[in-house]
Write a protein that binds this ligand. Structure first.
Ligand code: AMP
Ligand code: ZN
Length: 297
């Protein structure tokens, strides 16, 4: 990259005090050290962010940082501890858009530290941690080869000239592994063609995640194994108390009655409300979604 200061250092076009170099990375002194001895580990190949960096190279950078930390500790440099730090993205404090891992020698009273918001001091509940975990696990699942393979099989099955969707979500039903397995099987069997979620959760997570007609999703079981691809047909926001028999039937759970639906979903939404610090009420708005299985079909 022509304009990248770290690429210039790699190419020898800009001065740097290099302390280690191999085929993959360079380690040099930071021009504005937090403490004396502050080093930066960078890949020789330009990558602006972690998402652009080959994870193999990322692993190599960590190894180099570990060796650098060891070298600093064994040297005469003042060092009682080490921080490894990497800023990925502007919001995270990244100033130079060529991936770099900071190796910062630390000693007590060095004046460096982290700032915490007030939120830090209020520990989240177990339910909130579970919800955070579930959201992030979806990100891992998207990287799984089996999910990608099912997605490719689906797009290959589309008639000629039909453009596959640009993106898809990967998710499982419910909030436990057992529910994900059971409800996923009902979808595969064609019994379950509707689902609902709490509108309040999207208000917490961001409206862009709200389902809409035409959305395509890979559904997984509780272990993240892909089951099928579904397409959202319609989405309507309805208060809990106004969900009708037809919707309860399409949800396909238990005896498919409204009574069963109300009892099972009251329990479920009580848990969901708990995770966002709200109380369940008859008027709570639900995002009611009808869908159809588009693969395998
Ligand atoms: P970050 O804020 O994590 O992107 O860190 C960028 C780091 O690169 C800062 O600590 C800067 O002091 C350091 N830096 C910027 N330009 C140079 C340079 N030419 N040589 C060495 N370090 C640099
Ligand atoms: Zn670069």
């Amino acid at each position: 990259m022509d304009n990248c200061i770290f690429c210039k250092i790699v190419n020898g076009d800009s001065p740097a005090s290099i302390i280690f170099e191999d085929q993959t990375c360079v380690v040099f002194m930071d021009i504005q050290p937090v403490n004396t001895g502050h080093a930066l580990v960078i890949p020789k190949i330009h990558a602006a962010s972690l998402s652009e960096l080959d994870p193999e190279i990322g692993g190599h950078l960590f190894q180099a940082a570990q060796r650098t930390a060891q070298a600093i500790r064994r040297s005469q440099m003042r060092c009682e501890g080490i921080n490894l730090f990497l800023a990925d993205g502007e919001a995270a404090g990244q100033d130079v858009f060529h991936v770099h891992l900071h190796v910062i020698p630390r000693y007590s009273g060095d004046g460096f530290g982290f700032n915490f918001s007030d939120r830090y001091w209020q520990k989240p509940s177990r339910d909130e941690l579970y919800t955070s975990a579930k959201i992030i696990i979806a990100g891992f699942v998207e990287q799984q080869p089996a999910v990608e393979a099912l997605w490719r099989a689906y797009t290959a099955s589309l008639p000629e000239g039909v453009r596959p969707p640009d993106s898809y979500d990967v998710w499982s039903f419910g909030d436990t592994e057992k529910m994900a397995d059971e409800l996923g099987q009902l979808v595969q069997a064609g019994i379950k063609t509707a689902t609902c979620s709490l509108l309040w959760e999207y208000e917490v997570e961001g409206d862009e995640d709200m389902p809409k007609g035409g959305d395509v999703s890979v559904i997984t079981d509780g272990q993240g194994a892909p089951l099928c691809v579904i397409e959202t047909v319609e989405v309507e926001v309805t208060p809990f108390g106004q969900v009708d028999e037809a919707f309860a039937y399409d949800e396909g759970e238990g005896d498919r009655s409204l009574e069963y639906w109300r009892s099972a979903h009251w329990k479920f939404f009580t848990r969901m409300c708990g995770s966002i610090g709200r109380e369940p009420v008859e008027t709570m708005p639900l995002v009611c979604e009808r869908f159809r299985v588009v693969f395998p079909n």
